[in-house]
Design a protein around this ligand. Sequence first.
Ligand SMILES: O=C(O)CCC(=O)C(=O)O
Ligand SMILES: [Fe+2]
Length: 364
Amino acid sequence: MAPVPSFPINVGHIDDVQELRKTKPTQIPQRFVRDMSERPKLAAIVPSPNDIPIIDLSKLVGSDRDEQERHIEQLKIACEEWGFFQVVNHGIHPSVTENIEKVAKDFFMLPLEEKQKYPMAPGTVQGYGQAFVFSENQKLDWCNMFALGVEPPCIRNQKLWPSKPANFGETLEIYSREIRQLCKNILRYISMSLDLKGDVFEEMFGVAVQAARMNYYPPCSRPDLVLGLSPHSDGSAITVLQQGKGSSVGLQILQDGKWVPVQPIPNALVINIGDTIEVLTNGRYKSVEHRAVTHKERDRLSIVTFYAPSYEVEIGPMAELVDKNNPCRYRRYNHGDYSKHYVTNKLQGKRTLEFAKIEPKTST
Ligand SMILES: O=C(O)CCC(=O)C(=O)O
Ligand SMILES: [Fe+2]
């Protein structure tokens, strides 16, 4: 079973942002208006297309040893210095990424009553609605989410898999299979970049947990007042994010105290390091805080896959990455307990990872 909270929750009334946009296009209810300190400074962001590293996955496969080593080095820098990168030549056929986008968009465009047949119960993370809302006072994101557990089958809530559009389930299955393989490959390259055995994560993770979340951000008449998605790091090992074709630029990552936009590249997928890899690598590869902002005229779709160890697995810094100069910074814990902790707390930067942090013991 996917983790669920064990405390009562009263979230009050949550407006559906697509409906708000349709009926009251210029009104922003107070619950969406952020405190001054949280508001995005949209004018201050200068797009710089080359900032986030781009990794050519076809060069990592290993047919040419020198080339592979050079690209593993690039991956290492991307993980160490950025925690985010875009992969190109990843081998997933464009029809697969186009099809998932199409069914996701078709789903979000259904009448509200149809989408509400698959409600996300307060405090849970599967279905249609807003996740990570736990109180009536909490600010809301300018976003509609539709999220489903995919693998292993025991985390699926089959009642939430929609019957419309008709090919939704089949399309998500095909997409998820391809993304799963991509995650395994990327984790293999990540372990190589750490001078570890290629299959170290695969062996450790057991039957990995995989979940999909589709985020739809309608245009917002006051993008300066709201956030599409609150700042957070992902609880996963790694995350694969597909930015919808023709979507506005919306994803931003926090680097050196500045929000850096991630420019969509056609056919590329965005990969980011999640909290679990941060813990396993003893902080060498860190998860990075990110958020989404909205656009005045344009909507945006993102399709996100979270890939993480099986809930039974015990997690802690790997022995190879702990030594005198790198004392242990995280405790050991059960990954299912972390997942539960993650989904039962609001998104708040990297706060959730406090769960695992310990003061390193310095040697004398
Ligand atoms: O829509 C985006 O670009 C961000 C999505 C995201 O960070 C998430 O779903 O965890
Ligand atoms: Fe995220």
